[in-house]
Design a protein around this ligand. Structure first.
Ligand SMILES: [Zn+2]
Length: 142
């Protein structure tokens, strides 16, 4: 069920790309499928580049980067930096928690998050992105 939904989303994204760009190369389809399937995991550009090389051994990192930026410009994903690394993210407002010890990123996307966003909305603020930088107890604290 989830897979079918992912496939439908992918088809919608591909339709958007071809409307905008006219040219939908096989490489771009493969990259779009890969990137869209991973967006919930917040992978970095480098992670995605490594994954992309499995299917596209000759792909350049700049092509992966450009595809991410194109998908961002279509509003189907978002990006943010952690240190010097670019990560992809789901485009709807939610809280991203980054652990700087382990480089893991997870979402808080529940009623607590909505309460914060509603509170800010009462102040006339529309939340675009929230990134919480944190340390777990597995490593030295800064
Ligand atoms: Zn996120």
């Amino acid at each position: 069920m989830e897979e079918r939904e992912a496939e439908r989303t992918l088809q919608e994204v591909l339709a958007k790309i071809s409307q905008r760009e006219k040219r939908l190369t096989p490489q771009r389809i493969v990259l779009t499928r890969l990137i869209m399937s991973k967006v919930k995991d917040h992978p970095s550009l480098k992670d995605l580049y490594k994954d992309a090389q499995q299917d596209l051994p000759r792909v350049g990192i700049s092509t992966v980067y450009n595809t991410i930026k194109m998908l961002e410009s279509l509003g189907v994903l978002d990006t943010f930096m952690v240190g010097d690394k670019l990560h992809i993210d789901q485009p709807h407002p939610h809280i991203n928690v980054v652990c700087l010890n382990t480089s893991t990123i997870f979402d808080i996307d529940d009623s607590i998050a909505s309460q914060i966003f509603e509170e800010l909305s009462r102040k006339g603020l529309k939340v675009r992105k929230v990134i919480v930088e944190s340390y777990c107890d597995k490593g030295a604290q800064a």
